[in-house]
Design a protein around this ligand. Sequence first.
Ligand code: NAD
Length: 534
Amino acid sequence: MLNRFLKYNNRTNIKKVTSIFQKYYYSSSVIPKAPLLINGKFVESETKEYIDVINPATNKKVLQVPQATQSELLAAVQSAKNAFPGWRETPVTQRQRIMFKFLNLLHENTDRIAESIVKENGKTLVDAKGDIFRGLEVVESSCSLTPYMMGETLENLASGQAVDTSTYRQPLGVVAGICPFNFPAMIPLWSLPVALVTGNTYVMKPSEKTPTAFSIMAELFQEAGLPDGVLNVVHGSVDTVNFICDNEDIRAISFVGSNQAGEYIHERGTKQGKRVQANMGAKNHASVLPDADKEGCLNALIGAAFGAAGQRCMALSTCLFVGEANTWMDDLKEKTAQLKVGNGMDPDSDLGPVISKDSYERIHRLIHEGEEKGGEVILDGRNIIVENDEGGNYVGPTLLKLPKDKLNEFECYREEIFGPVLLCIEVDTLDEAIEITNSNPYGNGCALFTGSGAAARKYQHEIDCGQVGINVPIPVPLPMFSWTGSRGSFRGSSHFYGKQGVDFFTQIKSVTTNWPENMVEKGTKISASMPILK
Ligand code: NAD
């Protein structure tokens, strides 16, 4: 019998199937279960506790994710710990070569991974491919990370002696990742390739809502030749997260997700002496000046506000229309209304459903609250029905206009909505737009649309957000830079990927040597005072 998990993952060529799916050929379970990866083997958890993975387009259960048991979690960490000495001694060039093979496999398997993302996350197929591609770029850059990994040397530090000092970057050991649902491929790849190339071993916890993309990628890492134990995959929710925070063998945690979870994980993990980098929630403000290219600006706003149904941490969720740009709202409405909401596998869909019924209801509640408190719903995406997917969590693009002087009275303004809702606000000046943006506690991203270099210069200098776009709606830096969300959107000291990613996953060792040509003369007086290196 062809197993459901095999079909689920779109693997039809049985001969090519590796261990991850073999278990499932013969499985009699109706709904497949996500496997753990421990010490190079994909295994079914022995737990009795499962979390359902629900297709947001249908609200039907498609997979079950185990809450890994304590002994499975310990085994995953032990396997990473055992693999560490061998992996850190593997030449960095060899580690990069494995990454390079993985990169090719990722290209070849993009369709399969993308389909799993559509099924579990709901985003459109083309957007799911973008999710993979942006992760793939981090993999590409990790294939040539060595310049960032080099140390420094200074020679001749004491006169009459041969004292030199060098620094080396060395891996930390076992590190862990905790991921959100919204980018099932890209976000695990923000940290994993950098951690592996720098010589660490890894325990990954994908989101319990969208685990399959990473299961497939873990399989591809095996095909690429990653030694057993270097990458382990565990599943679960809060219990697994608490285990990762508390386990003494895990040296660092890369977290991406909400503020509620991120602040908690940062506090709990750092209390245990771990490094923690936590990328968290956002409320990204766009500012539009009347001298901007109107057509380009409105198209960019719409893509950034409603793509992935607004479930991107860099989605533009608030737009400040400055001066006469206020008059553009009618055109914004007309263009936005043309977006097609539908199943992610339908090539005509511009946006799919939101992740869960809870999220669907919360978004409806927030729009309702905004309206009740005096906001004006310019375009209403509530209660829409998508043919053939009547049970799905579909919310249409919504434009909600709020009064600028009462913003903090609106929960929909204070909180991240994480849905296809763009808050529109009229302001008089660029200064006012900057002031409102800077007063918001989040600092992930922002964007200015303008035709003026002077306005752009002022904005990029004065705005207090970590990632700034000038006529660029989603200013996500490519991986030769680092992700630089700030203020309430980030906890930690080193950011994800790029130079800062290498900083996060390495510790610096300095070595001071003295190799004189002539031995110390007999009878030289011993000194117990601090040496002065003249
Ligand atoms: P989430 O915080 O609910 O889940 C993220 C991870 O944390 C999951 O693996 C989950 O198991 C775990 N988790 C959830 N609640 C927890 C708790 N109470 N205690 C311990 N662990 C917990 O986030 P999500 O809903 O999956 O993702 C959406 C959020 O992620 C949004 O807030 C979005 O802005 C944010 N995000 C931020 C970035 C960024 O780079 N700043 C990128 C993507 C997503």
